[in-house]
Design a protein around this ligand. Sequence first.
Ligand code: SIN
Ligand code: FE2
Length: 218
Amino acid sequence: MMPVSGQLFDNADPDGSERIGEGTVLFRGRLADRAEEIIDAIRQIAEPSPFRHLITPGGHRMSVSMTSCGELGWMSDRKGYRYTSTDPRNNQPWPAMPSLLADLATAAAADAGFDHYRPDACLINRYRPGTKLSLHQDKDERDPSHPVVSFSLGLPATFLWGGFKRSDKPQRLLLEHGDILVFGGPDRLRYHGILPLPDGEHPLLGAQRINLTFRKAG
Ligand code: SIN
Ligand code: FE2
């Protein structure tokens, strides 16, 4: 047996991944050396389809601003939550999902134990200091047997990783620049959210955090 570094927990692999639950794996820092390319790709997506604050079915303006790429984009308005094939702002298809992003998501899913994953939707969330995301389940996708793959860039945030009822007390997990979190299988429908983003300044992104969530939605 190789000696294991003192920093690693017994749920950590030598490659730096940590199994958080039966269907949940965190790969810390895995994107760090691709971050500039990814941020560049996000800038190109945001040209035709800029970040916007969506309205919840209950009429609240979300504090997170969002855009999407891929065949399907996630939408919310007075009529409800759903996926659309076009951006309602310009009635054009959502920008294509760059293969750089899809390939990184596929590889992380495979390393977490989910083979043959090919996302068709990528929701891009932008958090400014003070922005939060309330506890929710990702359940607008047709077939929840496919995992969700999440990339974090920029300022660190506290991710709430809950149970199957909104009232279940969540664990707290720090998601930092370059981290990938994969959740699927028995953990796919857990409640989750983000605590208000603390102030800060990231060298690549300034006072913001960007999160990408990949899904097979259609
Ligand atoms: C989400 O649940 O849609 C995003 C989670 C995150 O920002 O890490
Ligand atoms: Fe979510």
